[in-house]
Design a protein around this ligand. Structure first.
Ligand SMILES: [Zn+2]
Length: 223
């Protein structure tokens, strides 16, 4: 790690994928002894990275221990510890995921554009779940009525919709970046609730051989 000055990573602050500058690093070495014999070793490398685009700081972690040896050498578990994603999106449809990522990207650039982008994510979710309604308000109402969205999340959605409209009209609504990040947080929760949570629950049930009565995804019935 010492001889490298840059690491190829995606900056989660702005979405830039490129060479992030290594500004500091620290290696933790762990050794388990049995008398005078070393019976287990593990290394954790912490690397502080600076994005050349947004100057955001990220913390990258790489972990290796004796159990991770392969015929090609040691494997390591790498992860971006900060800023972390609260959720891991594996089942969110690609076009929705891309819109969400675009919204996150714009949050550092233009708040109004970001609000429009967040609103677009919400619309895509409703359409993907089968809503044929003409406007977002009607779509959301339908999603809540059919229990695809719980009422608590509908309240978040209301906020997103309202603010997204302001963004589209270019009104100065005096929103700070942290307000916008809060809205992104709501969207993340909605994505998790609709696409990830049902699969996680199904997986746990499968593990214990419990049969779910209805494994079908919740979508709106076409009228
Ligand atoms: Zn960046």
């Amino acid at each position: 790690m010492e001889d490298k000055k840059y690491l190829l990573q995606t900056c989660k602050h702005c979405g830039n994928k490129g060479l992030l500058k290594i500004v500091a690093d620290y290696k933790q070495h762990f050794k388990e002894m049995d008398g005078t014999d070393v019976i287990f070793t593990a290394d954790t490398c912490w690397v502080l990275l600076e994005c050349p685009v947004c100057k955001g700081i990220s913390l990258y972690k790489s972990y290796t221990d004796d159990t991770m040896v392969t015929p090609y050498g040691y494997e390591s578990d790498v992860s971006m510890e900060y800023p972390g994603n609260k959720y891991d999106y594996k089942h969110v449809p690609e076009s929705i995921l891309k819109s969400y990522q675009a919204a996150v990207k714009t949050s550092k650039v233009d708040l109004n554009v970001c609000l429009i982008a967040i609103r677009a994510v919400l619309e895509k979710i409703c359409k993907e779940r089968g809503s044929k309604k003409k406007n977002l308000e009607a779509m959301l109402k339908e999603m809540v009525n059919k229990n695809i969205l719980p009422e608590t999340l509908d309240q978040c959605s209301f906020l997103i919709r309202k603010l997204g409209n302001s963004g589209a009209h270019g009104d100065d609504i005096g929103m700070s970046q942290s307000d916008v990040l809060e809205l992104i947080d709501f969207i993340e929760t909605i994505l998790y609730y609709i696409y990830e949570l049902p699969i996680k629950i199904a997986n746990v049930n499968d593990k214990y051989n419990l049969k779910l009565e209805n494994k079908a995804e919740k979508t709106l019935e076409c009228e």
